[in-house]
Ligand binder design. Structure first.
Ligand SMILES: Cc1ncc(C[n+]2csc(CCOP(=O)(O)OP(=O)(O)O)c2C)c(N)n1
Length: 268
């Protein structure tokens, strides 16, 4: 069935439906739940219950690992940031590990507008996208805005922090995970390559304090989980830096995977 072959509602939807690769074969306006199941309430089936149990077991195991260290790790920062923002906030997620850490650790919640460039997941243009998203969010009456970015994403588009006189300025805290290079590669096969640091790690030694200073923006260095709410305070465009280690972060993510696997396996 092609989009043009469906009835009126779906044809309307097809006009708004984004399918840049032109691969959708069926576009429908709605999906009916199976007989006896309501989308409004979780189905009371063994299958659903097994997923809820697995979710709870994984959650407890994951939180135990994340909470074992009061110094902010990359995954803990993602979890705590997403859960502490007030309703009506926007959180812009940078590509690479920020979006993956949110995906892996974030608790389900309402009232947070979470946006990111996955699908066009370059680390270029990230600061400008976050600034634009924050301006649009606040123009529409939305609340505060935050971005969670890696240091390379920040450096790639640091000029996005510079806003000309008379231009609208967002209320946006740009939280940068500074692991001095591309952290994602420490969790991939090439981590053992003899020339890893130069080719994949790409350390730069730049502090976000200096990046903030170039744009004349307020800067806060954050280390401890308990200080996150205080670090997020303030107004306008500002930079918060959390310094982490690439190999420590990769080891922590492997540990998270192991404890979640064990917790879920123990249920069966
Ligand atoms: C424009 C562009 N160049 C290169 C890449 C390849 N790339 C993917 S992730 C990554 C590292 C990103 O580092 P950072 O933003 O510090 O995040 P981290 O990996 O540390 O979480 C790179 C270089 C890309 N996605 N986009």
């Amino acid at each position: 069935m092609t989009a043009s072959a469906v009835g009126d509602p779906a044809a309307g939807l097809a006009n708004a439906f984004s399918d840049p690769a032109r691969t959708a074969t069926d576009v429908v306006a709605d999906v009916a739940p199976p007989a006896g199941v309501s989308w409004d309430e979780p189905a009371n089936s063994d299958w659903t219950r097994s997923w809820w149990r697995a979710e709870q077991a994984a959650r407890v195991a994951l939180d135990r690992v994340l909470d074992a260290d009061e110094m902010l790790s990359e995954p803990r920062l993602a979890r705590d940031l997403a859960s502490q923002l007030s309703a009506g906030s926007l959180l812009f997620a940078g590509a690479s590990m920020p979006i993956r850490d949110l995906d892996a650790t974030m608790r389900a919640r309402c009232g947070l507008r979470l946006v990111g460039n996955r699908g066009v997941s370059g680390i270029d243009g990230t600061v400008s996208t976050a600034v634009g998203a924050a301006l649009a969010h606040q123009h529409d009456g939305g609340g505060r805005a935050y971005a969670l970015l890696g240091d390379l994403a920040m450096l790639h588009d640091q000029n996005g922090l510079i806003i000309g006189p008379g231009e609208p300025r967002p209320d946006l805290a740009v939280v940068v995970v500074n692991n001095d290079g591309g952290g994602i590669f420490s969790g991939l096969e090439q981590a053992g390559h003899p020339d890893f640091e130069r080719v994949f790690g790409t350390p730069h030694g730049v502090s976000m304090e200096r990046v903030a200073a170039v744009a004349d923006l307020p800067y806060t260095r954050l280390e401890w989980a308990a200080d996150l709410p205080k670090a997020l305070m303030g107004e306008g465009l500002r930079v918060v830096e959390v310094r982490t280690g690439r190999s420590d972060s990769a080891a922590l993510r492997r540990r998270m995977q192991t404890v979640v696997d064990e917790a879920v396996d123990a249920l069966v």
